[in-house]
Design a binder for this molecule. Structure first.
Ligand SMILES: Nc1ncnc2c1ncn2[C@@H]1O[C@H](COP(=O)(O)OP(=O)(O)OP(=O)(O)O)[C@@H](O)[C@H]1O
Ligand SMILES: [Mg+2]
Length: 509
């Protein structure tokens, strides 16, 4: 059998950690090969080695049977290897076309021929079904389109082997379906794909083979046809995973959050949240279900002080918090696990320990008389790292060098530990492995059982259905229905979210 890629006995170390130990990965031409493993198992590292971003300490890489030495990404490109990273690497102020041709500009008479470049971009985008607007600025387009730009960038450079590092973690269900179609088209055109994903359903649906790694060690490669989600989960985690969250009946008490007639405008000044009413009580989890772009982001930004409201009120424990600055909202008792962990969740160039006290560093015991007390900060950090299973060499490691999922676990740990009266969890399990998801769901339910109010925002209907006590469906900036997860189906929820069926927003109290 001919392999397009062979990575043999790869070893890659970082200070204090062996990220890859003797790992083997063999990818056949024309297949989609999944790479599966827990958060921090070493998947991104292995792919960064293949893409020339890291040099392995040991091992051999062959491309189309020939041994190669990939010392930088340009060499990877020349060998036909392209990578779409876990965190995108686009330049916000540049257009789609400028980003795609960056470093490969076509010039005539010393000038960049933008028209020609745009036409080329149009051509490849049509061929692979990757719809983009060549003239749009990156900062103005959706995450899904940004990802298509990243894919086009690799194709523009002639990639034959594409590495996708968790491409679906940042996408909505609709965008995931589109990406799956795109991957199928790429395979038809003779490309090969290495796909990193935590979603076992996606592996079962589109992949041919799957290689499992655990804690930096290769566990083996299986034919997808011959395996199932349960087996894959236990191979990667090293124990059985239940998938289903168990919880007792909710016992809601006093109102914690009370939103009345709320108006919020989006960044373009258009009404995003329109006369919205919602309340959450102590001891319940309310899930927000909706198609992306129906006001959920603006709603959360308004509650957390990241966005001004244009009318109405937001009360926490009876006190108005609308239009307070974020620090005041936090002090009033709101915790926030943000959707975008890099923008609002972490300071990447701070240590993971410092990140654990981002909102509390100026309070006792972390500061005294205006002087920070490192000892207290790092003792706290150490215990959170242990409790939330954040895999890091130490509490002094920079947040930037943690794996994506472990960055996420650190944020969750910090927010849950502050024990806020209202915990807002926006896509809390994005990028987490199945074991970590199980753990986080339990923690959200624990918060509820301790009498806290939890607001859960997720695009994963399964998560909304499993974790919430009540589901509020948001459509065009309004809550159009409140449903009981025990009395609804994913289908019905889907129709409500699409605005296709109406249900009176009853049961608000
Ligand atoms: N640049 C770096 N410097 C130091 N340590 C690193 C660096 N990159 C990764 N690591 C460490 O190597 C290990 C593997 O990380 P990697 O990012 O490969 O995990 P992953 O399998 O992609 O996880 P996730 O599913 O969370 O993205 C982790 O312990 C991580 O902290
Ligand atoms: Mg990763």
């Amino acid at each position: 059998m001919e392999y397009v890629i062979e990575m043999l006995n790869i070893r890659k170390e970082f200070p204090g950690i062996v990220a890859n130990n003797n790992i083997n990965l063999q990818v056949k031409k024309g297949e989609i090969h999944a790479l599966l493993g827990e958060n921090g198992a070493g998947k991104s590292t292995l792919m960064n080695v293949l893409f020339g971003l890291y040099q392995p300490e040991k091992g051999e890489i062959k491309v189309n049977g020939k041994a190669v030495n990939i010392t930088n990404p340009n060499i990877a490109n020349d060998l036909g290897i392209g990578m779409v990273h876990q965190h995108f690497m686009l330049i916000d102020k540049f257009t789609v076309t400028e980003n795609i041709i960056l470093g490969k500009e076509i010039t005539s008479g010393g000038k960049i021929d933008m028209k020609k470049a745009e036409n080329e971009v149009r051509e490849i985008s049509k061929r692979y079904g990757l719809s983009v607007d060549p003239q749009a600025k990156i900062s103005d387009i959706s995450v899904g389109m940004q990802q298509r730009v990243e894919i086009l960038k690799t194709l523009y450079r002639g990639a034959e082997i594409l590495i996708f590092d968790e491409p679906t973690a940042v996408l909505t269900p609709q965008e995931i379906n589109e990406l799956i179609q795109i991957m199928k088209t790429l395979i038809k055109e003779g490309k090969s794909i290495i796909l990193i994903t935590h979603k076992l359903k996606e592996i079962m649906e589109v992949c041919d083979q799957v290689t499992v790694i655990r804690k930096g060690e290769g566990i083996g490669t299986l034919n997808v046809k011959d395996t199932n989600p349960n087996e894959l989960a236990s191979l990667m985690v090293g124990r059985e995973v239940t998938f289903k969250t168990t919880k007792k009946e909710a016992n809601p008490k006093d109102k914690v959050l009370e939103i009345n007639d709320l108006l919020v405008k989006d960044s373009r000044g258009i009404d995003a949240v329109k006369h919205l009413n919602l309340e959450i009580r102590q001891g319940e989890i309310v899930g927000i279900a909706g198609v992306d772009g129906n006001g959920q982001t603006e709603l959360i930004e308004a509650i957390t002080g990241l966005r001004k409201t244009a009318g109405g009120s937001i009360k926490l424990n009876g006190k108005e918090i609308g239009n307070l600055v974020t620090r005041k909202v936090t002090e009033a008792g709101v915790g926030h696990i943000p959707q975008d962990r890099h923008k609002h969740g972490l300071v990447l160039d701070f240590s993971i320990g410092e990140n654990m006290v981002l909102q509390t560093y100026y309070q006792k015991p972390y500061s005294k008389y205006g002087v920070m007390n490192d000892k207290e900060i790092f003792v706290k950090a150490k215990s959170l790292i242990k409790e939330f299973d954040v895999r890091t060499p130490s509490e002094y490691t920079l947040a930037r060098s943690l794996s994506g999922g472990n960055q996420q676990k650190a944020i969750i740990g910090r927010e849950v530990d502050r024990n806020p009266d209202l915990l807002i969890a926006a896509q809390p399990t994005r990028g987490l492995d199945v074991g970590a998801i199980e753990f986080i769901h339990k923690r959200l339910i624990d918060q509820r059982d301790q009498g806290k109010a939890v607001l859960l925002l997720s695009f994963e209907l399964e998560e909304i259905m499993n974790v919430s006590d009540r589901i509020a469906v948001i459509y065009e900036g309004e809550i159009i229905a409140i449903v009981d997860p025990k009395e609804t189906t994913e289908q019905e929820l889907g129709l409500l979210m699409a605005g296709s069926i109406e249900k009176k927003a009853g049961g608000m109290n």
